[in-house]
Design a protein around this ligand. Structure first.
Ligand code: SF4
Length: 223
């Protein structure tokens, strides 16, 4: 699994950087290495993630927030880093942003929360709710990519700038690309604002509503 190999290699390189190395010719993995495989079954993948110590966040997390919802969902949402409340309750989208997210689904998209799948870009909450480092996000990305592969949604919606940037590698500000319908590998991708951002900035409601209407339209096309 190339992504997992890359995550491990990246972790090693960040460690060398931390120790002051500016250059290394170390080839940590080569083609002859035993392949590193992630489970092809979502339950097994969840178990593996729940025991993960690939990045430093594992030292302080109390629970891994893997994701939840319909394993055959056509619509998959990628949210940002888990909050304290989410870590305490063991699932994404609880509290006020959870209510907002549910309203977005039921009132605008006219679908039940049980019909979608939601997962964070990073599965553990960093200590003091700091922003995860790029190294930590890339360490976690293989789990996300495997979830996407196993669930095989038709549409992916990234919520917030971090989810979009680290899924796609595109650093365009979210305000410029939100609501755009784009292709990400075999999936249709739409970035929009995170419900927490919407709560703090109610003036973005009109834009989020536009984005949701676009998602609703696309959902009708694939049914
Ligand atoms: S954030 Fe991801 S990579 Fe880091 S310990 Fe948690 S599951 Fe592993």
């Amino acid at each position: 699994m190339t992504h997992l190999k890359n995550a491990l290699l990246l972790k090693q390189l960040y460690m060398y950087k931390y120790f002051g190395y500016r250059y290394t010719n170390l080839i940590a993995f080569n083609k002859e290495d035993t392949p590193l495989l992630l489970p092809q079954n979502i339950d097994q993948l969840k178990i593996q993630a729940s025991q993960c110590h690939l990045c430093d966040i594992s030292k302080s997390r109390t629970r891994v927030i893997f994701g939840e919802g319909d394993l055959h969902a056509k619509l998959l949402f990628i949210t940002e880093t888990p909050t304290t409340l989410e870590e305490n309750q063991g699932k994404p989208f609880v509290g006020k942003s959870g209510e907002m997210f549910q309203n977005m689904l039921t009132n605008v998209l006219k679908i039940s929360p049980n019909e979608v799948y939601v997962t964070p870009i990073v599965k553990c909450r960093p200590y003091n709710d700091r922003t995860p480092t790029p190294s930590e996000i890339y360490s976690c990305k293989p789990y996300l990519l495997q979830q996407i592969k196993l669930i095989a949604p038709s549409i992916i919606v990234t919520l917030g700038p971090i989810s979009y940037r680290y899924l796609t590698g595109d650093e365009t500000p979210l305000s410029q690309i939100r609501g755009n319908v784009m292709q990400y590998e075999n999936y249709t991708l739409i970035p929009t604002y995170h419900p927490t951002y919407l709560l703090k900035n109610p003036y973005t409601k009109k834009e989020v509503l536009e984005d949701l209407k676009r998602i609703e339209y696309l959902m009708k096309l694939i049914q």
